[in-house]
Design a protein around this ligand. Structure first.
Ligand code: NAD
Ligand code: MG
Length: 383
């Protein structure tokens, strides 16, 4: 049985909490946890898992957490330094990157530079800086194992494939989200509450909105290009409403391998920890006899403009994907705060892509500058 020692960045989130559930069920140790400001949850997690380090990024939250954990011997840190210390903590062999957004980029790079295995949930990192992240991982011999269910499915289907040249294409499945089949006119009327109700998955707010706009599928398209070094023409998105097949790989001989499972993130999280081994765990088993018929359809990037914009950036590369991502993060935040409408999200992202200057082969600072400029552009347009 594989027993790992984990640092969980973003332990209060949907993925972070499920990672702790997997750790408890499978006997992995926890060396560090981090939250943004959820102090009560961080206290409960620290008491239960006894990590060496607990981080609250927010300074006031960290001060509160320090008082709460005074009797435990758990070290409490704050800010970016705290995050980077959690990402590089010597006890941990594996870092689960479950922070949402580009805020996860620097800690992921730090964990990579320390040669940790990365159980990667934080897709925005690969979207903004995929080439940089993958080349740093190669240099440091850090394994990157995807947690995102589609990319985990592809990773699982690729086990035993000795020559990537045999892969004809990757087929990413999409649930289509809560608004599948709606027209632009209908989309102009949808509310935040409707957008937050995903038909198949329970996730954090940002990715739930991304799933409703289909930006999530666009981000996953770019994530797959970076993880598997695939050109865009060899990746296909297929709407599969049932979310039973999590993605597929088609090989040169015409064989298509698929990974099936219930809509439960515990399985891909667990596989990222135990790969190349498999163990029992908490994921809900799939009962084939109670599955609905499996259906496959074309996505509609004309109605779901965010998908179209992401596919265009996938072709363009450079800082365009960082601009796309930064603008989207800002627009989703405004939507969640009731400042803009659902269709303003693609509108504002498109305007940011039209105005923020792009460069071709960016380093880290250029990527972060592009991200900041894109956010600012969205806030300015929305004013
Ligand atoms: P979430 O909103 O539930 O949790 C986010 C976590 O990040 C929290 O612990 C929060 O405290 C922390 N955080 C937020 N802002 C931060 C900041 N500025 N600095 C440091 N920490 C910060 O999100 P989630 O749904 O768990 O998603 C996490 C990541 O995993 C995202 O990149 C998402 O795309 C990806 N992902 C999630 C799912 C899912 O089922 N939830 C599936 C696939 C991929
Ligand atoms: Mg996914």
């Amino acid at each position: 049985m594989v027993c790992r020692t984990l640092s969980i960045l973003g332990s209060s989130g949907s993925i972070g909490r499920q990672a702790l559930k997997v750790a408890e069920s499978c006997g992995h140790q926890v060396a560090a946890i981090t939250v943004n400001r959820s102090v009560e949850l961080a206290e409960a997690q620290a008491r239960r898992f006894r990590p060496r380090l607990a981080v609250a990024v927010d300074g006031a939250a960290a001060a509160d957490l320090r008082v709460r954990l005074a009797d435990t011997g758990v070290k409490v840190l704050s800010g970016q330094e705290g995050l980077l210390e959690a990402a590089s903590i010597p006890d941990a062999d594996t870092v689960v990157t479950a922070i949402v957004g580009v805020a996860g980029l620097r800690p992921t790079l730090t964990a990579i530079d320390h040669g940790k295995r990365i159980a990667l949930a934080n897709k925005e990192t690969l979207v903004c800086a995929g080439e940089l992240v993958m080349s740093r991982a190669k240099e440091a011999k850090a394994e990157i194992v995807p947690v995102d269910s589609e990319h985990s499915a592809i990773f699982q289907c690729l086990q035993g494939c000795r020559d990537r040249g045999e892969v004809k294409r990757l087929i990413i499945t999409a649930s289509g989200g809560p608004f599948y089949g709606k027209t632009c006119k209908e989309l102009s009327l949808v509310t935040k509450e409707q957008a937050l109700r995903h038909p198949n998955w329970s996730m954090g707010a940002k990715i739930t909105i991304d799933s409703a706009t289909l930006m999530n599928k666009g981000l996953e398209f770019i994530e797959a290009m970076r993880l598997y070094a695939m050109p865009p023409e060899r990746i296909q998105i297929v709407v599969h409403r049932e979310s039973i097949i999590h993605s597929m790989v088609e090989f040169e001989d015409g064989a298509i391998l698929a990974q099936l499972g219930s809509a439960d993130m515990c399985l891909p999280i667990q596989y990222a920890l135990t790969w190349p081994e498999r163990t029992t765990g908490p994921a809900k088993p799939l009962d084939l006899l109670s599955c609905p018929p499996l259906t496959f359809r074309k996505p509609d990037p004309d109605t779901f403009r965010c998908l179209r914009l992401a596919l265009e950036c996938a072709e363009k590369g450079g800082t365009s994907t960082a601009i796309l991502n930064g603008a989207n993060e800002a627009a989703v935040e405004l939507f969640l705060n009731d400042k803009i409408s659902f269709l303003d999200i693609p509108r504002l992202v498109e305007r940011a892509l039209d105005t923020v200057p792009m460069s071709d082969a960016p380093g880290l600072e250029e990527i972060l500058d592009a991200d900041r400029a894109a956010r600012q552009a969205v806030y300015d347009f929305a004013r």
